[in-house]
Design a protein around this ligand. Sequence first.
Ligand SMILES: C[S@@+](CC[C@H](N)C(=O)[O-])C[C@H]1O[C@@H](n2cnc3c(N)ncnc32)[C@H](O)[C@@H]1O
Length: 254
Amino acid sequence: MHGKNRSGLSYKIAYAIRNPDRISGYARRRGRDAMLWLATRDHVSYYRAVMRADATRSSDGAVGSRSRDSWLRVGQLQFDYLLRHGLTPGMRMLEIGCGNLRAGRLFIDYLDTGNYYGTDISPDILLSAEHTISEFGLQRKLPHLTLIDDLRLEFLPDECFDVVHAHSVFSHSPLSVIEECLAHVGRVMAPAAFFDFTFDRTDGAEHQVLREDFYYQTETLISLARRHGLDACFMPDWEETGHQQSRIRVTRPA
Ligand SMILES: C[S@@+](CC[C@H](N)C(=O)[O-])C[C@H]1O[C@@H](n2cnc3c(N)ncnc32)[C@H](O)[C@@H]1O
């Protein structure tokens, strides 16, 4: 499953034969994405426009959940995993690409007041995130939500976060965006902090589909983290959750 090249013609033809009902949807998305790419200057502007178009239809859909049930389940999966890995209420957490708080709402509820910082490039999804805060009655936990343009994290102080989390964000990011994050995230991490991110793994050729979905080899991302002075390891127990993406944990060297 991790060796497929989804950008290849033979994969597309085989997929279309297996899923004829999806052909018109794919063609629409391809046309839309081509227009958005022409109208934008860089990946972040492009993806922000994709999120705007998707969130207009459904904010749960924009973060990758086709139903509320799936939205609740995928959020719970992220939360339960970090709980098993030592998340405690006193920790301060940074979520990169928090979306409409699919998992964030659980982190906000669990962490001490003011300890959750969510960031995203999409103003539309951050408005939905505010709606999630009121929907789940989390106002008193005073979560921080910040719109960002890049992943340099310049507005945040040194060594401030115990946990950094990015679920299904690097699966939508070119390597230059991931590298920008890895070049700067170490500064905001406390010495014993960890940064977990998920990614779409391929064991074959690295590729992207519609500039929306990016597939990387594990070693590429681990080497990139090391080049920026961080340790990184593959998290095999995340695969046991049944989620289709893979996970890497980044830490500061002792
Ligand atoms: C698939 S959604 C996942 C949202 C959330 N992490 C979750 O699991 O529900 C990806 C999110 O990452 C955001 N995003 C994409 N690229 C980003 C970047 N370079 N920096 C910050 N956020 C980004 C998108 O706007 C979107 O909200």
